[in-house]
Design a protein around this ligand. Structure first.
Ligand SMILES: [Mn+2]
Length: 465
């Protein structure tokens, strides 16, 4: 302080300018070798593995843009882009050129990001610009200005390998399937390539990345575990708030509060809080109904943590005690889930486990009002891959070591306004399944005990869980 006081007016100004510069300069934790919770080296290894599979062309990935989400969305990088880079800078491109594509040239990787814009940064926060600092921070060979991306691409697409008559090199990129509205920028990119280089052969890179994403690394598993643990806190909060007379949205508010309080960035998908008849509607997420005394409430939720989402469903009785019928149906769903878990052996598929769960329901003495077995009310698949997408990418087949998936049998009887679903998340290991959500109660007695315990505790003591 003394030094400042004794300085002249001019040097004081210089100091102020310097301080302003330092404050405005990017302050990224240079010591961290991680991007979004995963080692920089892992992202690079993924890029190399991808181009190793794709030897006959270049890969271009188009990152998310802020404006594509409109006024309601908050920026979120595209999962494939994130998986290969860990970079969240909006409006980026990634270009990978395998070694040997052009004669004897080594592997090249370039991330294109917008140049820094101090005026815009006043609104959106400081961004790292192209250049050496970004190359070091992101661990990417070259970080260039996004303004130069199309010129660079045009030059590559008019180079010899792409002009070959016998076996022209391809451009691998994400080709939007169907009418996916979130693929605006990918579609624009392909249109532009077609105009710029009509000869270019475009191929879909998604299947290759999807198969890689199916098998999770140690750090991805840790992020998923964190998302699952946070989701468990959400379930616990939901159990505390459920009572006859409460609205579904109150339960949603409480559980999403638990998500955010524990560091989740967002929900991995819209929270489902379905009571009574709505417990039988699989993807109900209006959450406007008032909970009534005889309702079961299906709570199907997932916190997203550093781009990985959990997916956990529990079913609660409104009063904290299941009726006899609800208890019987609940127990049957739980038995089906346990049977599917036990049926796991290396090489089995989710489809095969599904048959096991269905058989349990068919063999049960429980019936509907017409005397039918209840397996006819299990109207969806047993489970799905889980990861960056809640219904994660990858072809369904034998469960491979490192994959994460859900087991979620359910019985939905609209005539009885009775729906029950129980969903847990599992990791496939060399030695069998690991139930990643095992700490979240699902036994009938545990559910009732949880609800009784949370009701008797004063609201103030629930705040910090
Ligand atoms: Mn699910």
């Amino acid at each position: 302080m003394k030094a400042i006081r004794s300085t002249s007016r001019r040097s004081r100004f210089a100091l102020l300018a310097f301080v302003t510069f330092v404050l405005a300069a990017p302050t990224f934790p240079a010591q961290s070798d991680r991007l979004a919770g995963q080692p920089r080296a892992d992202y690079r290894a993924r890029r190399l593995r991808l181009v190793e599979q794709i030897k006959d062309g270049i890969v271009v990935l188009v990152g998310a843009r802020e404006e594509d989400l409109g006024e309601v969305g908050r920026f979120r990088q595209k999962n494939d882009f994130m998986y290969l880079t860990g970079v969240e800078t909006p409006a980026a491109f990634l270009l990978l050129v395998p070694s040997g594509l052009a004669k004897e040239k080594p592997y090249r990787e370039t991330l294109f990001i917008p140049p820094r814009n101090p005026g815009k940064e006043r609104w959106t926060g400081v961004q790292l610009g192209p250049g050496a600092e970004a190359e070091q921070r992101f661990g990417i060979g070259e970080v260039a200005s996004a303004d130069t991306f199309y010129d660079r691409l045009r030059a590559i697409l008019s180079s010899l390998p792409f002009k070959s008559e016998s076996a022209p090199a391809k451009l691998y990129t994400v080709v939007a399937q169907g009418t996916n509205a979130l693929m605006v920028r990918e579609k624009e990119f392909i249109e532009r390539v077609k105009q710029m280089a009509p000869h270019a052969q475009i191929a879909d890179v998604s299947p290759s990345i999807a198969e890689m994403r199916k098998v999770k690394s140690k750090d991805e598993i840790a992020l998923l575990q964190k998302a699952i643990d946070i989701t468990g806190e959400g379930q616990r909060e939901a159990a505390a708030v459920i009572r006859p007379g409460a609205f579904e949205y109150e339960v949603q508010a409480a559980l999403e509060y638990a998500f955010m309080r524990n560091g989740a960035e967002r929900t991995g998908f819209p929270s489902i809080v379905g009571s009574g008849f709505y417990s039988t509607i699989l993807h109900y997420n209006e959450n406007r109904k008032k909970i009534e005394a005889n309702d079961t409430i299906v709570i199907d939720i997932g916190a997203e943590y550093s781009y990985y989402t959990a997916d956990i469903t529990r079913t609660y009785p409104a009063t904290g005690k299941f009726t006899e019928r609800q208890r019987a149906v609940y127990q049957l769903v739980l038995d089906a889930q346990r049977a599917a878990e036990r049926a796991y052996k290396p090489g089995v598929s989710i489809g095969q486990l599904q048959q096991v769960a269905r058989d349990v329901m068919r063999r049960s003495p429980l019936r509907d009002r017409e005397g039918n077995t209840l397996d006819r009310y299990f109207i969806h698949g047993l489970g799905h891959w889980l990861g960056m997408d809640v219904h994660d990418v990858g072809i369904y087949g034998p469960l491979v070591v490192g994959s994460v998936f859900t087991i979620e049998p359910g019985i939905y009887i609209p005539d009885e306004k009775l729906g029950v679903r129980i969903e847990d998340d599992y990791l496939v290991t060399e030695t069998g399944l690991v139930k990643m959500s095992s700490k979240i109660p699902s036994e009938v007695d545990d559910i009732e005990r949880l609800m009784a315990g949370s009701k008797s505790a004063p609201a103030s003591s629930r705040g910090n869980r």
